[in-house]
Design a protein around this ligand. Structure first.
Ligand code: SF4
Length: 162
């Protein structure tokens, strides 16, 4: 979705957002039913873990720790996401944008982890985020579990209007 500032080639050279450590395991993407069907077609034995945020329950992939890292089980280290760009979780489609709650407001914030987007001019990032903001805020209203508590270091790009 952010192809203007993050190309497929950028992502396949990096994949940092598809591996988690104990501090960013909260980034393990939310898996909704349609995505779970795609996951199970690829790996019928894939297990899921239940989680809860903002009073809403959701499901994530159960991941195995390897040398202090939890690689996403849908990651093919050579080809990238096995789910493909259409079927990957919404959290992954909008990466490195994140929906957060800051001072009672829902905001779209930029993860500092993506080295490619972090190096782009801010006006290009703002433009790309602005094009997606209606979609992202509408998803967040439908799925409050995707709104995470604000973390220092995430640059707030857009605040939801009242
Ligand atoms: S679902 Fe795909 S894009 Fe999302 S973290 Fe896993 S491998 Fe990466």
């Amino acid at each position: 979705m952010l192809s203007k500032i993050l190309t497929k080639q950028d992502c396949s050279n990096c994949k940092i957002c598809c591996e988690f450590d104990d501090n960013d395991l909260w980034e393990n993407p939310i898996i909704y039913d349609d995505c779970a069907e795609c996951v199970l077609k690829i790996n019928p034995l894939q297990e899921f873990t239940q989680a809860e945020n903002n009073g809403s329950k959701y499901r994530v992939l159960k991941l195995k720790k390897e040398n202090d890292i939890y690689p996403c089980s849908m990651l093919d280290r050579t080809k990238g996401c096995k789910l493909g760009s259409e079927n990957k979780p919404f959290d992954c489609k909008i990466w490195p944008l994140r929906v957060m709650k800051k001072n009672g407001k829902t905001v779209i914030a930029l993860s500092p982890v993506c080295p490619v987007v972090s190096a782009k001019p801010l006006d290009e990032i703002m433009c790309a985020a602005g094009e997606l903001s209606d979609l992202i805020f509408s998803q967040a209203r439908l799925h409050p579990e995707m709104i995470k508590d604000y973390i220092d270091g995430y640059k707030v790009l857009i605040e939801e209007k009242d």
